[in-house]
Structures are given as C-alpha cells and as structure tokens.
Design a protein around this ligand. Structure first.
Ligand code: HEM
Length: 381
C-alpha cells in the first residue's frame, strides 16, 4: 500500500480509520501489543484518536511511506505531525524501559525527508505538538486537537491551553515587531497568564509520556538510529514550550539574554520563526533607544513589559510546581486521572520531572534563573 498525501490527510481526519474499524467491526487497540505478546505496531499502542488503525502493523512490516506527493507547507506539517506521533508511539509504548534503539527505515526515511523539507528535526517538537495540532470542531465551534496521546482530557487541555497562550501573545508580537515603544506587549502577556489555568473540568496533565527526548536521556544514552538515513545514532530533544517562538521574540525585543539551553531550543523552531527571532536580535536595541530618549514614560512602559514577562514566568513556575507535586503525590497513591484511560501506571511522572530526592530542583533552578534574568532586564531609576 502506498500511503500518499490523501491517505495521510485521511489519517489526520480519522475518517479512514473510523470507516476501517466499522468495516472490520473492531475497536481501536489501546493496549501495548508488545505487552500483549504481539509485535509492536506503529500507532496502535498510542491510542491515537485519529487513524492509528491505518498503522496497526509494525513499522518493520509497514510499506515505506512516500513523501513525493506532499505539496505545500500545510501538508508537510501535517505529515510531520502524524509521523512524529507514530514514532513516539513506537518508541515509548512501554514507557521508559526497554526503549528501542533503531527507528525502522519505513518510518525513519519519510520522517527524515519531511523534516528536511520543513527544516525541522525528526522528532515531535512544540511545532507539531501545539502549533500544527489543532482544528476547529466545526466552523463555529471550539478548538480541538488533531492528535492526542494517552493522558486523557487533561493532555488535550494542556495542548489547547498552550495554543491559547500562543494566540494571546499575537498582539504583543505584532506591536513588538513594529518596535513601537508604547507596546501593549505587557498586556498581551498578562492576558496570556490566565490561559495557564486548566480549562474547567480538566485537571493538571499527567505527562507520563514526557520527556520524549533522545538527547541527554539515560533511557537512550546514544540517541536513536534512523535506519536508512544514517548508521550513526542521532540525538534530539523532545518537544517543550521552551521551543515556542513567542517568549524568545519577547526576550530579544527587551534585550534579555538567556542560557545556552534556550538558545539551542531555537533549532527546533520552523526556520521562518528562527529567522524572525534572529531579525529582532540584529535590530537596534529597544532598551538603548528607551535609555537614550531620557523619557520617563518610556522607561516605565519598558519596565512594565519586563514585569509582565517576569510575572508570566513566576506563574509558570507555580504551575510546574503544582504539576510535579500533584503528579508525584498521585503516583505515590497509585491514582489515575479519571480522564486517563491508560491506568494507574500512567500517572507516574517522567523521570526527568520526578522528585527523585532533588524535588525536581534542577528544573526549578533553571526556571527561576530564567525568571531572575528577565527581572535583571529592568531599567533602574
Ligand atoms: C503543567 C503544565 C506545564 C509544565 C509541567 C511545564 C514544564 C516545563 C518545564 C519542565 C520546563 C523546563 C524546560 C524543559 O524541560 O523543556 C518548561 C519550560 C518552559 N515552559 Fe512550561 N510547562 C507547562 C506549561 C507551559 C505552558 C502552558 C506554557 C505556555 C507557553 C509554557 C511555557 C514554557 C516556556 C516558555 C518555557 C521555557 C522557559 C522560559 O522561557 O521561561 N509551559 N516548562
């Protein structure tokens, strides 16, 4: 079977999958086939809400997907989204133990080709997980994700909340780009903060599937071999909102310099986003302009933007604290989120976030240092 662009679109919309299931009278498999003593499949164990059953065969048996029919950025992004989720399902279907070291050629080659065409790394990034992963339920209704992972409603809520934060930042980005000193960027960030709250009825997410990295990950110390692409393993960081362009753009606009880690995250942005951030970096300094103007009102407006950015980051730290504490407590009690169909083991926080004696202290010191560096960007009176 040659999977062309149309089939990928059908996978996206889940229509073919649903029809296929209806014809065959079977339901979507949600149990790990490896655990069930069957060969692993590309998407089955993911419980992907869309067309996973199109990929109910092992990637080793699956025909090599052709990317030659994909046209335009939208289709490429959609293909990247689908291939990245299938890859994640294949690699992590049994959690962090017993991870595979080789991505089969049938999956690796098309994933690599689509990634090259988009200038994105061949891994599920923020671009896939959030920016490309939404649709309207119908023209007048609310947003929904295209693909989700086990994690129930809470994970779907997390994806959409992050998307709303991106949306809330748009006015700030627009004004910031025009570099008007009386930017309402601060308001934009303040408007984004409440978006952090889980939507009504949704609890905090159980990210048992995170971190989905094969860089600096003890479970995959050498990275991943993309069969048919290279014999050498390659290492990539998984998706994180640290790869979101909005915060990088605001930081550059306000002259805030951050860590090597955050800089490295720019490699995970779509090239036009990266170019946008770099263009702001190259432009004459806004802070210098405000300072040399000697205008007290400009200084106040500038500082208000810095405060809003620091407040936003403080709020984020509060949410991350809640998540780590709640997830650790749930894991201890062996409780699952009611919306999570994957069972009690699913509430186990990922090892990188786990309070393994450190209480996740490395994460908090990182996030706090980013917040404190932001505060240091203030113009003193
Ligand atoms: C329960 C929800 C969340 C958790 C547990 C969480 C966790 C984390 C963690 C652990 C990091 C450290 C970097 C990394 O490991 O990649 C991080 C960074 C970051 N997160 Fe979140 N996050 C959450 C929600 C959000 C949302 C909704 C946004 C909105 C865009 C966001 C934006 C960021 C940004 C921009 C960074 C980079 C650090 C910075 O610029 O301050 N996070 N997050």
């Amino acid at each position: 079977m040659l999977v062309n662009q149309l089939q990928i679109l059908q996978v996206w919309e889940g229509r073919e999958a649903c029809r296929g299931r209806a014809r065959a009278g079977r339901s979507t498999r949600r149990v790990s086939p490896r655990l069930a003593g069957q060969p692993p499949t590309a998407g089955g164990a993911l419980g992907i809400a869309c067309g996973a059953c199109c990929f109910q065969r092992s990637p080793w048996q699956m025909p090599q997907l052709s990317t030659q029919h994909l046209r335009g950025r939208e289709e490429l992004h959609l293909a990247h989204l689908v291939l990245s989720f299938i890859t994640m399902g294949y690699l992590w279907q049994e959690g962090e133990e017993g991870t595979v070291k080789v991505l089969p050629q049938n999956l690796a080659v098309p994933f690599w080709e689509v990634s090259q065409a988009l200038g994105l790394p061949p891994i599920l990034s923020h671009t896939d997980f959030v920016l490309a992963n939404w649709r309207r339920k119908n023209p007048n209704r609310n947003l929904d994700t295209i693909i989700s992972l086990p994690g129930g409603e809470s994970l779907r809520g997390f994806i959409l909340v992050t998307l709303l934060v991106e949306k809330a930042a748009v006015p700030g980005i627009k004004v910031g780009y025009r570099r008007a000193p009386r930017t309402p960027m601060g308001w934009s960030l303040l408007a984004a903060s409440p978006c952090y709250q889980p939507p009504r009825g949704h609890s905090l997410p159980d990210f048992h599937v995170f971190p989905l990295s094969w860089k600096d990950n003890p479970a995959m110390p050498d990275g991943l071999i993309y069969e048919g692409v290279s014999d050498e393993p390659m290492a990539y960081s998984g998706g994180s909102a640290a790869q979101s362009t909005i915060l990088h753009a605001f930081d550059e606009l306000l002259g805030i310099r951050h860590t090597a880690f955050l800089h490295r995250m720019r490699d995970y942005m779509p090239p036009p986003h990266r170019a946008f951030v770099e263009e702001i970096h190259r432009a004459p300094s806004l802070k210098q302009h405000v300072l040399s103007s000697g205008d007290a009102r400009l200084c106040t407006a500038f500082n208000r933007c810095i405060s809003a950015l620091a407040e936003f980051r403080s709020y984020h730290i509060t949410i991350v604290t809640k998540y780590i504490t709640v997830a650790a407590a749930k894991a201890k009690a062996g409780q699952a989120d009611p919306g999570d169909r994957a069972g009690p083991s699913a509430v186990k926080p990922p090892s990188a976030l786990e309070a393994k004696g450190t209480g996740g202290s490395h994460i908090f010191s990182f996030l706090k240092s980013v917040r404190d560096t932001t505060r240091e960007g203030m113009i003193s009176a």
